[in-house]
Design a protein around this ligand. Structure first.
Ligand code: CO
Length: 181
């Protein structure tokens, strides 16, 4: 299975608001194939040539519902603060704890399913602990993410509840927050 921009559903389609269901573990062959393909899309989308060749848009994460499958699966590929690459292909990701402190991106967020820009600060927890099954390492993992990686995980996990980033535009601003550069 290969995903491209033709596979992505947008926010003008009601399916994007679906609640995603838990995935059965061990993953079925079908679910494995989809989750690997989601990870491949995100990974390849960070290469300019592959983007053009394979009809991808630059991304750091994707949720299964964005290709019309309401199952709790997300893939994330982000650069960590120390220059290493953090990547996960998670089934049933769940935030099990979060910081009191908040953060945001200076220029707001974007999303493969949201063609129109919705500028504005989106406040997220600046540290989250996420539990799930990671297909890339074939393990149950507990991820402790901070900063950008934490923001991306929260964005993708929101998709599993049908939430899009711009739904947060009217959230009250926290008294204090950091900005991820
Ligand atoms: Co998104």
């Amino acid at each position: 299975m290969v995903l491209s921009n033709d596979s992505i559903i947008h926010d003008d389609q009601p399916e994007i608001r679906s609640l995603s269901a838990d995935v059965e573990l061990p993953l079925s062959e079908e679910d494995r194939e989809l989750l690997f393909a989601m990870h491949r899309y995100v990974k390849d989308s960070q290469d300019e040539e592959l983007c053009e060749k394979n009809n991808l848009s630059p991304a750091v994460g994707i949720a299964a519902i964005q290709v019309g499958v309401p199952k709790k699966m997300i893939a994330v590929v982000v650069d960590a603060d120390d220059g290493t690459t953090l990547e996960w292909a998670l089934a049933n990701p769940k935030i099990i704890s979060r910081s009191k402190t908040m953060t945001c991106l200076p220029d707001g967020e974007g999303c493969l399913s949201v063609p129109e820009a919705h500028p504005g600060k989106i406040f997220r927890y600046d540290r989250v602990k996420v539990r799930g099954y990671d297909l890339l390492t074939d393990r149950n993992v507990v991820i402790q993410a901070t900063g950008y990686a934490a923001i991306v995980l929260q964005h993708e996990i929101d998709h599993l509840s049908g939430i899009l980033y711009y739904d947060h535009l009217n959230d009250p601003a926290p008294a204090a927050y950091t900005v991820v550069e």
